[in-house]
Design a protein around this ligand. Structure first.
Ligand code: NAD
Length: 361
């Protein structure tokens, strides 16, 4: 199979970690008989330096013409980099918002997995962390409170701010379908999270999710109130498979779920539109403090590439092989500095990429 992939190395550690992800993808291609066709585009600070803006229309067109986009990370040191002297719409992060909008990426997927070998990094009590967890947070990304009408007014000398939370049934249905599709590739359980005891938007959310569930008889659906979910994530995270939720709840819960894994360099993510197209990137930033030193952990980007194979190309076997390679390298006690612990062998970014690629046979 030919895979057309647009790559955004970006800034900071971005180019280093994308190089290692490509190394692993190339090994997958040679073992499983595929052809990876990459095209690199500039975004963020790298694009500002060349074009004066964080993302050009040509770069967007290149991204659109591919089957999927694999990204490192963008942005620099927000206190010292000259990119942050520019007006907000010309700063690196504006490129990210622009590409998400241009590609209509409405579904954000963030896996939170506790690897047995990294259980020490988990801040939860030992009896909870020992049970392990492997969940996927599916967050609606382009609707709800963050995109509703907002204004600040003054009435009778009192300042008042208004934000609106709106969802229509189509916005809910398309993300619910994504959530159930993903559950079918996993342990077939969806926990839909809302605040239906208070909010109309949540009551509609619940109804539409139930309608969609009828098309997925193999998937178990449960509803959970968001406040309860926040507690359950630290009390019994092993109960979750796919958490399906709206924009603001997902924003908060996905950060909470990430934190309980304890390892920022391990967290992948994907943003999808209503076709198979997606943008895949690590959850962490561009780590300018360690850029160019060959010490960044490339695993989050490599796992993002595995998600790309699974969700944009339906190459489940190949994605499984990458995920198994990560587990195997951790089992052999190789670690980058961020996940280092006593008795393990410390390796750099490039060596970690070599080790991962070598596991794919
Ligand atoms: P960060 O995630 O870049 O770094 C936080 C800490 O984690 C740093 O100490 C860093 O060295 C470490 N770290 C992050 N990734 C690592 C990895 N793969 N291996 C080892 N250590 C790693 O967050 P920040 O410092 O707040 O942000 C830096 C820049 O990244 C900012 O410009 C910010 O806007 C940008 N950013 C971009 C994205 C994105 O591109 N989607 C996301 C978040 C932040």
């Amino acid at each position: 199979m030919q895979l057309h992939i647009t790559c955004i190395p970006g800034d900071g550690i971005g180019p280093e970690i994308v190089t290692e992800a490509k190394k692993v993808l190339d090994k997958v291609a040679s073992v499983y008989g595929h052809e990876m066709i990459y095209k690199d585009i500039l975004m963020g600070g790298a694009s500002i330096d060349v074009h004066g803006i964080p993302l050009t229309d040509e770069a967007i067109a290149d991204a659109k013409s591919a089957d999927a986009v694999l990204m490192g990370s963008i942005g620099g040191d927000t206190t010292t980099s000259p990119w942050y002297q520019l007006p907000p719409e010309k700063r690196p992060e504006a490129g990210l918002l622009k590409i998400r909008k241009a590609l209509n990426l409405f579904a954000n997927l963030r896996p939170a997995i506790l690897y047995e070998e990294l259980a020490e990094a988990c801040p939860l009590r030992k009896d909870i962390s020992e049970a392990g967890f492997d969940m996927m947070i599916m967050r609606e990304l382009t609707g709800g409170l963050y995109f509703g009408e907002r204004r600040t007014v003054e009435e009778n000398g009192i300042r008042k701010a208004i934000d609106t939370l709106t969802y229509d049934e189509n916005e809910i249905r398309r993300i619910a379908i994504k959530g159930f599709d993903i559950a079918m590739k996993r342990r077939k359980k969806v926990t839909s999270v809302d605040k239906a005891n208070v909010l109309d938007s949540s009551r509609l959310w619940r109804k539409v999710v139930e309608e969609v569930a009828k098309d997925y008889p193999e998937v178990t659906l449960e509803h959970m109130l968001v406040d309860n979910c926040a507690m359950q994530l630290v009390k019994d995270p092993a109960q979750f498979d796919v958490i399906l939720t709206e924009n603001m709840f997902g924003d908060i819960l996905s950060d909470e779920a990430s934190m309980v894994t304890g390892s920022i360099g391990m967290l992948a993510s994907a943003s999808l539109n209503d076709s198979k197209f997606g943008l895949y990137e690590p959850s962490h930033g561009s780590a300018p403090d360690i850029a160019g030193k060959d010490i960044a952990n490339p695993i989050a980007t490599v796992l993002s590439a595995a998600m790309m194979l699974r969700y944009s190309f339906d190459l489940d076997r190949e994605a499984d092989a990458i995920e198994a390679a990560v587990k195997s390298v951790l089992k052999k006690n190789y670690r980058t500095g961020d996940i280092m612990s006593e008795g393990c062998t410390k390796v750099g970014c490039k060596e970690m990429g070599d080790l991962l690629a070598a596991e794919i046979v």
